[in-house]
Design a protein around this ligand. Sequence first.
Ligand code: SAM
Length: 132
Amino acid sequence: MGVDYVPDAIAAAQRQAPEGVTYVVGDVTDLSASNLGTFDFFLDVGCFQGFDAAQRLAEGRGVSALANPGATLLMLEFGPTRMRRLVGGVSQAEVQDAFPGWELVDVTPAETAGLGWPMNRTAPQWFRLRKV
Ligand SMILES: C[S@@+](CC[C@H](N)C(=O)[O-])C[C@H]1O[C@@H](n2cnc3c(N)ncnc32)[C@H](O)[C@@H]1O
């Protein structure tokens, strides 16, 4: 299941959805309102990095509420650079603060080849967390 709060993005994704994949318009800072079910795996590529502290905590609460025990959360996010206001970015501590019921299993620098400036200067990281 894919979630985005931009209806046009969801409509475009639905047009090319693989068998069994659904896309819904929803706000990841208010997931409880969406009645999505529960999940063993979550992927956030570049969404969390754009949020302020309250929004990050809200995403954390929503994802945690939908997570089965032992669920995995994989996140790819820019680091907190001087360009943060422009392109977003989060620190490892900010990830951990937003997901208190999760164990941070791994942090790995992400590939920046193919990213233009200034994104290729944001030290993106893959964060892997496990719901305790
Ligand atoms: C940087 S883009 C990344 C998109 C995609 N993950 C990718 O890798 O191409 C961030 C996405 O998060 C979506 N987004 C931002 N805030 C959101 C929210 N509160 N709820 C749901 N989606 C949101 C935006 O509409 C946008 O599609």
